[in-house]
Design a protein around this ligand. Structure first.
Ligand code: G1P
Length: 298
């Protein structure tokens, strides 16, 4: 029997964003803008464009601005509409999902990414689903990496998990990510034999990191329930994946495009520069700025 279609996505947005303090003290990291758009909107649009129909946000306290961003803002809309500012109106609400497609659910305690995903169990049902971490911003010219992953899942046509992977730029960064052992490092995807969360450099099985986009079979929920708190005393999704590997294959998909880890200050800066350079209106001035800053600065 062919695999079921991936129609649901979970956005775990309840994390504390400690890598980005003090900006994230009262503002969710997912609301930080790259160019003029908050990270969470990029993640949502990527999913909608990949054919996802149900969007589940796992939020937490202090995250209300995310919910507001996905709602109408009548005062602003009425002012824009009265002054006939159509383009701005489009930017405000033109991209919103239809009523009923979106769910916000609170993770009452920040017990880890695995726990956040588990919160959605009753709403996902017995179907494969995607997970997207909004602080991992992907870019593919004329393409969509999440959609590529869903196509791979459809083509594999077996019950399996898929994680997007990419080599870290600097080997010492392996301890910031989930790291995988990838059977055929020359192919664009391959079966994983091992995954480990935030290993020490000397224990890392490779320098391929998990990049925050996943496709899971619903069986993952049982494996999340089975794992004990791991690194940082959190329920880690990586540990649940490792636990599930003896029953179903997990594939690593090497992303074909750019990835910006916007949970880190440098990754965020890089994303802003790259998106400003891709924008016709801002690219020339951005180039000038880069030239300007390419010198010692007081
Ligand atoms: C999470 C995952 C990790 C993954 C990373 C990608 O870690 O646990 O496996 O590599 O996202 O950004 P976090 O950044 O939440 O510590």
């Amino acid at each position: 029997m062919p695999n079921k279609k991936v129609k649901t996505i979970i956005f775990p947005v309840g994390g504390l964003g400690t890598r980005f303090l003090p900006a994230t003290k009262a503002t969710p990291k997912e609301m930080l803008p790259v160019a003029e758009k908050p990270l969470v909107q990029y993640a949502f649009e990527e999913a909608a464009d990949a054919g996802i129909e149900r969007f589940i946000f796992i939020t937490g306290r202090n995250k209300n601005s995310i919910e507001n961003h996905f709602d109408h803002n009548y005062e602003l809309q009425s002012i824009l509409s009265d002054s006939n500012k159509r383009e701005m109106l489009k930017k405000t609400v033109g991209w919103l999902p239809a009523a009923g497609q979106i769910v916000f659910m609170r993770q009452q305690m920040a017990l880890g990414l695995g726990h956040a995903i588990l919160c959605a169990e009753k709403f996902v049902g017995n179907e494969p689903f995607a997970v997207s971490l909004a602080d991992e911003l992907f870019y593919k010219k004329d393409g969509n990496i999440l959609s590529d992953m869903i196509k791979l899942y459809d083509n594999l046509n077996e019950k399996c998990n898929i994680v997007a992977i990419q080599q870290v730029e600097n080997k010492k960064d392996v301890s910031k990510y989930g790291i995988v052992a990838f059977e055929n490092e020359n192919a664009n995807y391959g079966k994983l034999s091992h995954v480990v969360e935030k290993p020490k450099i000397e224990d890392a099985p490779s320098d391929f990191s998990i990049t925050g986009k996943y496709i899971f079979e619903p069986e993952i929920f049982d494996h999340i329930k089975g794992v004990k708190p791991g690194i940082n005393n959190e329920i880690q999704i990586t540990d649940a994946i490792a636990d599930m590997m003896s029953k179903f294959n997990t594939y690593g998909y090497k992303i074909d495009g750019e990835r910006y880890d916007c949970g880190s200050v440098i990754g965020y800066l890089k994303a802003n520069i790259a998106f400003a350079l891709r924008n016709e209106e801002t690219k020339d001035q951005t180039r000038e700025l880069i030239k300007y800053f390419n010198r010692d600065i007081k």
